[in-house]
Design a binder for this molecule. Structure first.
Ligand code: AMP
Length: 288
């Protein structure tokens, strides 16, 4: 497995492969867990060549967020990826990827505006910009993303379509711990009590999904209130709890019935102690 530090080098390597083979990219910020590895395994089923990028992207962190504290476990990550048979790790330094004169940003309007876009201004601009750079640097045929960051996935689909980026994006379902907590690099920050409180997130999402199956009359207001009440009964602090259609990600009005929404999905962001956690679940008949 090669470890590559510059966009020029990863581009050269990828073009060599692309003469005869497809190349799949898995963009990550490292501190890898089974959720990331599920994307790698999907990549390997899609293409004979797999590049994993590890880059903690400063552009997508706000001034009061955890950029400097974000977990960095590069050696351990490389060992995991080597075991998965990954061909190359692309890990540029921030200075290499964003030289001093760097001045361009990609803005994807509408889909970036609600949910995490509201609480993290500029976040999706940072995500779209780094992903476009990763797509162009690696010249990958496929890129794999997790539904854990569902809004990110929808924003990037829009960008790729709008800008005719020659890549196919593929989504993978959320990988959860056995007790239901969505895997996340940030889970390692949680104390035992904070982790225990965080279990109310998957429990309330699953209960909401079950409730929708039982009652066709349920409204957005009724369902979000149940979820909010359950989350508020713990030490969690709610940032948002919204139901949207997967198509536009606009929070639906309280009186709207869930069954009237096309591809309804419930989104939650909370803080457990100092750690921000997000999760989501489909409320539709199909979907995860
Ligand atoms: P991150 O390193 O947090 O930027 O995540 C890199 C990629 O892994 C993104 O596409 C995430 O959606 C995906 N990912 C993170 N956690 C999970 C999970 N628990 N299940 C599936 N995909 C995940």
């Amino acid at each position: 497995m090669k470890v590559i530090g510059t966009p020029e080098e990863v581009h050269k390597e990828s073009l060599r492969w692309k003469h005869s083979e497809y190349v799949a990219l898995v963009p990550t910020m490292g501190a890898l867990h089974e959720g990331h590895l599920s994307l790698v395994r999907r990549a390997k089923r899609l293409a004979p060549r797999c590049i994993v990028s590890i880059f903690v992207n400063p552009l997508q962190f706000g001034p009061n967020e955890d950029l400097s504290k974000y977990p960095r476990t590069f050696e351990e990550d490389c060992r995991k990826l080597e075991k998965e048979g990954v061909d190359a790790v692309f890990a540029p330094s921030p200075e290499t990827f964003y030289p001093a004169a760097f001045a361009s940003k990609v803005n994807v309007s509408h889909l970036s505006e609600h949910l995490c876009g509201r609480s993290r201004p500029g976040h999706f601009e940072g995500v779209a910009t780094v992903c476009l750079k990763l797509f162009l640097s690696t010249a990958a045929d496929f890129a794999i993303f997790g539904e854990k960051d569902f809004q990110q996935w929808r924003v990037l689909q829009r960008m790729v379509s709008d800008l005719n980026v020659p890549i196919r994006l593929v989504a993978q379902p959320i990988v959860r711990e056995t007790d239901g907590l969505a895997m996340s690099s940030r889970n390692r920050y949680l104390s035992a009590d904070e982790r225990q409180a965080a279990l109310a997130i998957p429990a309330s999402l699953q209960a909401a999904r079950d409730a929708v199956k039982l009652s066709e009359a349920l409204t957005v207001g009724e369902l979000t209130k149940t979820v909010r009440d359950r989350l508020s009964a713990t030490a969690l602090r709610i940032e948002y709890c919204d139901i949207t259609s997967e198509t536009d990600l606009v929070p639906q009005a309280a009186e709207r019935r869930i069954i009237e929404i096309e591809k309804p999905r419930l989104f939650v962001a909370v803080k457990s102690g100092a750690t921000r956690l997000i999760d989501n679940m489909s409320l539709g008949k199909e979907g995860t």
